[in-house]
Write a protein that binds this ligand. Structure first.
Ligand code: 0O2
Length: 208
């Protein structure tokens, strides 16, 4: 961005990107509150941990180029919906839908899109539930509505996705067929592991 805009605009861009950081802060707080309240009322934490990231300016520019869009704040705001990304890792697949329901019930959040790769995994085996949401960020002089991506998945799904991500880049996005096949097989194992873990968890809970 530094090579494409002048110094004054650079400050505007920095301020623009800061709103995405605030959106992440707000969303992290929402998930922390849900987790703490559930711990208090049910002695149960659905969330293992939360990770977040802001897309780097370089990867925003790359995505704009891939989409053949001119670089403007309006275009970025409308077309790059994952500048702010938050990943929520849960213990059990049943927690994924509980969290989606609880977050969807927040009156200040608008659900823009749901991509359910848990019910419908990607052909490579990738499983995760993605939400694009719009959240208000309250600034000194205005309220900005910010789009962000929430990815919700189990520990096992996350384990698979992080290995697949490394393999994808190691082979420069051209994974050999036999490795792709093994990834699909391990994704099936991940699904049945998640299913067994949730059954085990329900059985243990029935002893309480
Ligand atoms: P990073 O580094 O996580 O930011 P779109 O954003 O709508 O143009 P797409 O692919 O339709 O693109 O969005 P989708 O399906 O919601 O996926 C977006 C993100 O999900 C990716 O972000 C990854 O984080 C994750 N993801 C999607 N598919 C896969 C997959 O097959 N394997 C793994 N490991 N992760 C996946 P980025 O921008 O690619 O990367």
């Amino acid at each position: 961005i530094r090579n494409l805009v002048d110094a004054n605009q650079l400050k505007d861009w920095a301020k623009f990107l800061l709103t995405y950081k605030f959106a992440i802060d707000e969303m992290e707080t929402k998930f922390n509150i849900l987790n703490e309240e559930l711990q208090f009322i049910q002695q149960y934490n659905p969330i293992e941990h939360v990770k977040s990231r802001i897309k780097t300016p370089k990867s925003i520019l790359d995505k704009m180029r891939r989409k053949n869009l001119a670089l403007s704040m309006d275009n970025v705001k409308t077309h790059i919906q994952d500048i702010a990304g938050i990943r929520v890792i849960c213990s059990f697949n049943s927690d994924i839908y509980r969290l989606v329901d609880m977050i969807s019930a927040h009156s200040d959040i608008r659900i823009v899109q749901v991509k359910d790769y848990v019910k419908h995994p990607k052909p490579n085996g990738y499983q995760s539930l993605h939400l694009i949401v719009e959240i208000p960020v309250f600034l000194t002089d205005r309220t900005e509505r910010v789009l962000m991506e929430i990815q919700i998945r189990t520990i096992a799904m996350d384990f698979w996705a992080s290995l697949e991500h490394k393999i994808y880049y190691k082979f420069d996005k051209q994974i050999p067929d036999h490795i792709e096949q093994q990834l699909r097989e391990t994704a099936h194992i991940i699904s049945s592991l998640d299913e067994r873990m949730v059954q085990l968890h329900l059985e243990v809970q029935s002893y309480k």
